[in-house]
Design a protein around this ligand. Sequence first.
Ligand SMILES: C[S@@+](CC[C@H](N)C(=O)[O-])C[C@H]1O[C@@H](n2cnc3c(N)ncnc32)[C@H](O)[C@@H]1O
Length: 232
Amino acid sequence: MRPGNTRAIEEMFNSISSRYDFLNDIFSFGLHRFWKRKLLEVLNPTFGEKWIDICCGTGDMSILLARYMKSAKNITGLDSASQALLVARERSKKKYSSIEWINGDALQTNLASNEFDGLLMSYGLRNLSSSYEGLREALRILKPGGRAGILDFRSFEGGSIQGLFQKIYLSLYVVPIASLFGLGQEYSYIKKSLVNFPSGEKQIHLALSAGFKKAEYQILAMGQMGILLLEA
Ligand SMILES: C[S@@+](CC[C@H](N)C(=O)[O-])C[C@H]1O[C@@H](n2cnc3c(N)ncnc32)[C@H](O)[C@@H]1O
């Protein structure tokens, strides 16, 4: 599957939704939650604010956000994959039933402008057909002064040890393990999605040209992950 094919990406995420969280724990050794929590600590969402988790998938980040804010009110999770949202709804129904789950497109959410105090996106931007359009839409739905945090794999340009490590990790760890569950092709997509994904520096440039007032990029996980921090 080629990156940028929105319909195919939606189908892929629908097809892996029941195994997604389990495999995420295996592939990151459980560390993805630590990186997500780090993102929350940096942004420090506070009780009473209105936040949205774009590309929420099975709801991991939204639920961590609710836990962090000690309230599930005023939290929205949005994703294009309806099956992933079913998992999210099921996971949140006991303690976090106030989270609103919306089936929608990150590039055209149909949400009102200037609605949210904060926006999160974990491992979503790389999957959009246009990072720039995704950032434009994020800016539109944020209130002026609103903050956003985008967590994803780092994209490396040219040769580097960290880039080499990433290739080896994806090809020799992620894909073979996913293949054991019949999902090798689906997970080989991660490597493809990184080919045209902008580096941290380029993400800053893209965000500023999309209209964000401030943008900075922080590196996590011994250089393998990055968070783009934005102010609308
Ligand atoms: C790698 S998953 C990340 C899920 C979750 N945020 C996490 O960190 O575990 C990427 C998610 O982006 C969603 N996605 C991809 N393109 C999208 C789009 N155009 N609009 C909304 N969601 C999209 C997929 O359906 C998938 O659930």
